[in-house]
Design a protein around this ligand. Structure first.
Ligand code: ACO
Length: 433
């Protein structure tokens, strides 16, 4: 096969002829070859392990330029949103495609606040699970089960139902996550408090008890809000692609997002925030010196990675990690244990950015490198970090799911394969084998 390119088509020469393939150009001049007619015209498919070169859709939600370190939600730079916006405003932006007017935002906040409780019967689901369950297992189970409690909100073709489901997911996720922690401790679940804003409400549900007054530290609520903003979307990552894939079968939004939570759990994706802090904790306890650890990372036979480093798309810097590193510096004077981890993390980064192994592979800190250190400063237990990532990613998952369902090119997600197994052979009865 041979490819020849003109300004708006690509000519593919293959065994039996030639095929003109349209060239698609995005609003930021990204170019893609449209191969949707490839198999019907040529009998060939493409193969692309890990989808490294494959665009699964056209999307207007988030723009990411991994070479330039650019991230924008609906056109707005992440740095501006981090400085001036709030997580709920960002969630509105992602879900509706534009920033809300004051009146629209007040209404949205009111609606969110009035859907924060979970059904009393749903609490029994927690009791069916072991107390030491990972919070991601609990969150995916409870979120998936919402589909059983809101049967009137499960039709993907009904816009009002989808909007109702979306509102409940954004509103209830902090309650669902905080209850997983309370259950693990054996403490009573704390009801959401409408007078608190979104991040403060979560911290209250996590750390308050019915026995004593608990005042949320406004700085910690602000830091949490920032973390949620930075995690709110990241175009076609593993969990978002999972949410789209599951939704493409016409599974309801609750089921699709529950699958996304499971995809996020893995240590190569959202689970890296937990893995980074476990790595830093081990170094703080002297398991290895930083030099010994970096040597282990570079020696492939150890199968050890510098967690929180590297990214499929960012080949320069991850703008989210820059914001988080700056905030770590500002906040950590108040939290001693985390300060030590911050020092170790900065030391590892400094070494990595000068080391040929990392430089030649374009490996830079990603969002997870510094986020866990901030979660530690907020007093969040290590195994809850990825659940907080899920809370932040919720509006992004929903925005993509909704976008997919109104896309004129909508189809069930169903990749093909190149079969490399046995050729046809005849069954042999068990006594003759
Ligand atoms: N430490 C050491 N080496 C690494 C790391 C790392 N963190 N990341 C990549 N490499 C190496 C690979 O071993 C490979 O080396 P090779 O070319 O000699 O074989 C090369 O860099 C390319 O790595 P791939 O795994 O092919 O890159 P890919 O784009 O498939 O993976 C990923 C990206 C999964 C993020 C990877 O960089 C990684 O495992 N990082 C650590 C886990 C992590 O932090 N994940 C969070 C990502 S952000 C997010 O999902 C929210």
């Amino acid at each position: 096969m041979d490819l020849g390119m003109t300004s708006n088509t690509v000519k593919l020469c293959y065994d039996h002829g030639e095929l003109e393939l349209p060239l698609i150009v995005g609003s930021e001049d990204e170019k893609a070859i449209d191969i949707s007619k490839l198999r019907s015209a040529t009998g060939h498919i493409t193969i692309d392990p890990g989808y490294v070169n494959t665009g699964s859709c056209q999307s207007a939600v988030t723009f990411l330029d991994g070479e330039a370190g650019v991230l924008r939600y609906r056109g707005y730079p992440i740095e501006q949103l981090a400085e001036h916006s709030s997580f709920l405003e960002v969630s509105y932006l992602l879900l509706h495609g534009r920033l809300p007017s004051e009146k629209e935002f007040d209404r949205y906040v009111y609606e969110i606040k009035h859907h924060t409780m979970i059904h009393e019967d749903l609490k029994r689901l927690y009791q069916a699970l072991p107390k030491d369950s990972h919070p991601m297992a609990v969150c995916s189970a409870v979120v998936g089960t919402l589909g059983a409690f809101y049967k009137e909100l499960v039709d993907p073709r009904d816009v009002a139902q989808v909007d109702g489901a979306a509102l409940r997911l954004v509103a209830k996720m902090p309650t669902i996550a905080a209850y997983s922690y309370k259950y693990s401790l054996g403490q009573p679940f704390m009801y959401p408090v409408d007078s608190l804003d979104y991040p403060a409400n979560f911290l209250h549900m996590m750390f308050a008890t019915p026995c004593e007054e608990y005042a949320v530290d406004p700085l910690m609520a602000k830091v949490l809000d920032l973390l949620l903003i930075l995690h709110a979307d990241h175009e076609q990552n593993c969990s978002t692609s999972t949410v789209r894939m599951v939704g493409s079968s016409m599974a309801n939004l609750f089921a699709s997002v529950s699958a996304g939570i499971n995809a996020l759990w893995g240590s190569l994706h959202g689970g890296a925030n937990q893995a980074v802090v476990e790595m830093l904790d081990a170094l703080a306890k002297g398991a290895d010196t930083p030099e010994e650890f970096m040597n282990k990372v570079k020696d492939k036979k150890n199968n050890v990675r510098l967690m929180g480093f590297g990214h499929r798309v960012y080949k320069n810097f991850d703008p989210r990690s820059r914001v988080l590193k700056k905030v770590c510096g500002e906040v950590l004077s108040r939290a001693e244990g985390s300060c030590r981890l911050f020092e170790i993390a900065q030391g590892l980064e400094e070494v990595a950015l000068k080391d040929e192994y990392f430089v030649s592979r374009k490996l830079y800190p990603n969002v997870d490198f510094y986020s866990g250190i901030l979660y530690r400063a907020l007093g969040i237990p290590t195994n809850m970090y990825t659940a907080l990532f899920a809370m932040g990613r919720m509006p992004g998952w929903i925005a993509h799911w909704k976008e997919m369902h109104v896309d004129p090119a909508f189809k069930i997600g169903r990749p093909r394969q190149v079969y490399v197994g046995e050729k046809k052979r005849d069954y042999v009865s068990i006594s003759l084998r």
